[in-house]
Design a protein around this ligand. Structure first.
Ligand code: UD1
Length: 427
């Protein structure tokens, strides 16, 4: 297995291109199931999860063609064609490796009248149920059965029909599944208390480009007028706000100066506000954001919550930054109950962090020291890379496959701006 080795202490500076957003890609890919025509996605990040999703689509009978991206964008383009759906089953072997596979449930059901998807099960950042996905599909007339680890959804004869969905908890995935089903349901669907994350806006815009009728995009209430069919389209995946936020932390922690090419300020306001409050310089420039720091960050009090508030996917990276801040910070995680797996690993590098339930108290220290570390999820792994970039000596981050799920060409991008980082093989 590979590991990432970092010799810390280098100041990062220069231009770093932000890739297409993983979480947007993972909800745009299943849109291919909604039409007989071709859907082309551009600016797709080169990530293990995107490849995995491509394989899942192949399994369902979707043909995929991948090309190199054009122009400045470093990602890929994928054209998908779901002329006919060959299978409506998303098998255990694929779903267990990639939770986002659950996002084929809504579109398969809407297009084929049935879908069988392995239950994703728990995962490292807590017990992640799918009850809200299922309730939303039931509100559109689906019958749901749970058997032998699979969820089987069936549409009434004549197909799904519009309905009212009021989400008791804001859920990104459930909003996505419901929206992808509602665009092909008969009549109007009103969805209240939906997630407003920029990735949902991206999904809505792609669906509109495919002929869907959606009102209220970007708000917490969506009204969808269902169509009998959607058509093909070409759509560019939005830039990854979490990747950009992670590299912004790298600049802040190394006294660096990075231009995050392609990052969009409007997607990242809570993240950028947090950085500014920590004393980091953040400037909006044409086609990107400049982030620079010339002193230790200051401490912060932050709480994660659905967009537009501070994202849970940035909590671990901010914790790494605040581990080096002047003063004591307080972070509260309100989305996932078990998302502090990085704390003991950061502590092994010299961080002073106490967790009390959902709250972490981070007493800033003057320096971290390199160590062998590993994490059990993607963003936690990134927090260890960040700590390694700022630490004295060598840090080896193990279980690199987590990073490969979400950060395109991590070592290459960081080396190009001055980091001493390389990938090595454990064997
Ligand atoms: C998505 C993101 C993930 C991010 C998360 C929150 C993707 C592929 N993943 O995950 O990176 O951290 O949003 O911004 O886009 N919940 C239920 N029942 C459900 C669904 C969710 O109780 O049926 C709860 C979850 O346990 C959690 C909260 O709702 O406490 C929010 O989760 P949700 O927004 O659904 O996260 P994901 O879509 O899984």
């Amino acid at each position: 297995m590979d590991r990432i080795t970092i010799r810390g202490g280098n100041r990062l500076s220069g231009r770093l291109q932000i890739s297409g957003a993983k979480n947007a890609a993972l909800t745009l890919l299943p849109c291919a199931l909604l039409t007989e025509e071709k859907l082309t996605l551009t600016n797709l990040p080169r990530l293990a999860d995107v490849d995995g999703f491509g394989h899942l689509l192949n399994e369902l009978g979707v043909s995929t063609t991948v090309r190199r991206g054009q122009g400045d964008l470093i990602g890929r383009e994928m054209t998908m064609s779901a002329k006919a759906i060959a299978s409506t089953v998303a098998p255990y072997d694929i779903v267990r490796k990639m939770r986002a596979s659950i996002l084929v449930l809504g579109p398969l059901l809407a297009r084929s009248g049935e879908a069988t998807v392995s239950l994703p099960g728990g995962c490292a950042i807590g017990n992640r149920p799918i009850d809200l996905h299922l309730k939303a599909l039931e509100a559109l007339g689906a019958q749901i059965e749970l058997t032998a680890g699979y969820v089987r959804a069936t549409a009434p004869s004549g197909g799904l029909r519009g309905g009212r969905i009021n989400f008791p908890v804001v859920s990104v995935g459930a909003t996505e599944n419901a929206l992808m089903a509602a665009v092909l349901a008969q009549g109007e669907t009103v969805m209240e208390n939906v997630a407003r994350e920029p990735e949902i806006v991206d999904l809505s815009r792609c669906l509109v480009a495919m002929g869907a009728e959606i009102e209220g995009i970007g708000t917490d209430r969506l009204v969808v007028r269902g169509k009998t069919s959607l058509h093909g389209a070409e759509y560019e995946v939005m830039p990854d706000r979490i990747e950009a936020g992670s590299y912004a932390c790298a600049a802040a922690m190394t006294g660096g100066d990075l231009f995050l090419a392609g990052a969009r300020i409007e997607d990242m306001e809570a993240i950028l506000a947090g950085l500014r409050e920590a004393g980091v310089t953040v400037e909006s420039q044409t086609d990107g954001i400049r982030v620079a720091a010339d002193r230790r960050p200051s401490s912060l009090t932050l709480s994660t919550a659905p967009f537009p508030a501070f994202p849970t996917d940035m909590q671990a990276q901010f914790m790494a930054m605040l581990a080096l801040a002047e003063g004591t910070s307080v972070l509260t995680e309100t989305i996932f109950e078990n998302r502090y797996m990085h704390v003991p690993e950061l502590a092994r590098m010299g961080a002073d962090i106490q967790v009390h339930g959902r709250t972490a108290v981070v007493k800033g220290v003057e320096g971290l020291v390199g160590a062998d570390v590993m994490a059990t999820d993607l963003r936690a792994s990134m927090s260890l890379v960040l700590a390694g970039l700022a630490a004295e000596g060598e840090t080896r981050v193990h279980r690199v496959y987590h990073l490969d799920r979400g950060y395109e060409r991590l070592e290459e991008k960081l080396s190009a701006v001055g980091a001493d980082i390389e990938r090595e093989s454990d064997s």
